[in-house]
Write a protein that binds this ligand. Structure first.
Ligand SMILES: Cc1cc2nc3c(=O)[nH]c(=O)nc-3n(C[C@H](O)[C@H](O)[C@H](O)COP(=O)(O)OP(=O)(O)OC[C@H]3O[C@@H](n4cnc5c(N)ncnc54)[C@H](O)[C@@H]3O)c2cc1C
Length: 432
């Protein structure tokens, strides 16, 4: 019997490691672990991501039981859960899809050692990306640090067969027959149901065809809302890339940004903690807690910033254009350390993904590998004129906008801009 361990790939269709496990000729028992090392770090008992995972597992559990098998769902530290499973089942191999985040890599190397000690192979497969970290390298064999050449290399290495779906769904007759098991409830794992539903992706031809023209307008429902589904694997990246190839190259480029940031975090895991560019490691951040709170609550007096933060707080989502604006405002206008913003997003975003979050925060802060130049500072008012000139998005999230109840701007943008430029220049001078 072999174990198939679900992690960021919560689907039965087009699942690489599941397909390989089912092709092994041995009966396959599926498993999911609610990792207590991760769960204990989440502060909100109503965390919407846990509800989403739980709902998805409930559906997988039903589908697997209909086929006479089950989904084992355990709660605990992976090493301990694995040790217990080794006692309960005659396991010969463990199959899983590779996960590239620093924590996941550490966990998997420990599990590999544990299993090898018992003579059991831990088999990892590529599933969540088209290209893994070492598949797209510069001619010198080093990782790309700049997006455009990475994207060009990605596109020339890509062939359509790489987006062919795996036939895992058709192979499910190879599952291990198993008596019914019960799924732990949210309360069993220390959580309660969230009020925020995770929207289904909107992958219609109309949305994707128009994407390059409308993607920057937050008032429209003009992006795919695919991100939480790619994060948890309820949609496969191969399916997404096929749609992109059919409908829109700009959208394909966004999917490539995702892989660009993944390989960057893989090769430079320290960038999760430190500014990538050495010259910006000495910025004298003001990091004022009261000002940070106004930003978190969407009460800065800058309407696009406030609308974005309120959308995030209410739904776990924020439009990409607005993410860029709120991030720039926090880091440049308030001179608050980008890591504070990154951590706040990590706690709230349904699509939180370490590589994309760190990568984009460092892009906005100007501290990243391939970043917005530090002296290019978004003017929050011009951003409104360009992207929400009728205030439709702003009014949706800030109903008191335009009335006396709406706060005055918390900083003077021109002064804040000069203050930021001075702080960045000082850090550069310190490094020289
Ligand atoms: C400060 C900041 C933090 C961010 N944090 C995250 C995060 O934690 N998780 C996350 O998935 N995205 C993050 N993004 C990127 C982007 O905002 C979201 O992926 C996007 O808004 C999700 O909406 P969508 O699925 O409708 O995207 P679409 O516009 O339809 O794009 C399709 C897919 O391409 C990928 N993508 C799009 N833009 C980017 C990008 N800039 N970087 C990387 N991948 C991208 C996503 O997987 C997305 O689902 C962040 C952006 C900023 C500026």
């Amino acid at each position: 019997m072999v174990l198939f361990w679900f992690r960021r790939d919560l689907r039965l269709h087009d699942n690489s490691a599941l397909s390989h496990a089912l092709a092994s000729g041995q009966p396959v028992l599926p498993l999911f672990i609610f990792d207590s090392d991760i769960l204990t770090k989440l502060s909100d008992p109503h965390d919407a991501r846990i509800t989403f995972i739980h709902q998805t597992l409930t559906s997988l559990h039903q589908q697997l039981e209909q086929r006479g098998s089950t989904l084992l769902v355990r709660h605990g530290r992976p090493l301990e859960v694995m040790a217990q499973l080794l006692q309960e089942y005659p396991l010969q191999e463990v199959y899983t899809n590779r996960d590239y985040e620093p924590y996941a890599r550490l966990r998997d190397s420990e599990v590999t050692k544990q299993l090898l000690g018992k003579g059991i192979a831990f088999r990892g497969y590529k599933d969540q990306v088209i290209f893994e970290q070492d598949e797209i390298l510069t001619k010198g064999g080093t990782p790309y640090k700049v997006y455009t050449p990475y994207k060009n290399a990605w596109k020339s290495a890509f062939t359509e067969s790489m987006a062919t779906p795996y036939p895992s769904e058709e192979q499910l007759h190879g599952l291990q027959p198993h008596p019914a098991t019960t799924l732990p409830t949210l309360a069993d794992i220390g959580f309660a149901a969230a009020e925020i539903p995770t929207p289904s992706p909107s992958l219609s031809e109309t949305v994707l065809r128009q994407y390059d023209k409308t993607r920057n307008l937050p008032a429209l429902d003009a992006t795919s809302r695919l991100s939480p589904h790619l994060r948890f694997g309820t949609v496969s990246v191969r399916q997404a890339v096929q749609l992109a190839l059919q409908h829109n190259d700009t959208w394909l480029q966004e999917l490539i940004w995702r892989e660009f940031f993944m390989q960057l975090l893989f090769h430079f895991p320290e960038s999760a903690e430190e500014s990538f560019a050495q010259k910006f490691r000495h910025i004298d951040w003001r990091s004022n807690e009261k000002e940070f709170q106004l930003w978190c609550d969407g009460k800065t007096g800058f309407p696009l910033v406030d609308a974005g933060m309120r959308e995030l707080n209410a739904t776990g989502f924020m439009h990409n254009r607005v993410r860029m604006v709120v991030a720039s405002f926090l880091v440049k206008d308030l001179l608050i350390d980008w890591r504070w913003g990154e951590a706040y997003f990590a706690g709230k975003l349904l699509d939180y993904e370490q590589a994309s979050n760190v990568g984009n925060w460092q892009w906005a802060a100007g501290t990243g590998a391939d970043a917005q130049p530090y002296f290019r500072i978004f003017n929050p008012d011009s951003q409104v004129k360009k992207f929400d000139k009728d205030h439709r998005y702003i009014k949706r999230w800030v109903p008191e906008f335009g009335t006396s109840a709406y706060p005055a701007p918390m900083v003077d943008h021109a002064e804040a801009r000069d203050r930021a430029l001075a702080a960045y220049k000082k850090s550069i001078a310190y490094t020289l």
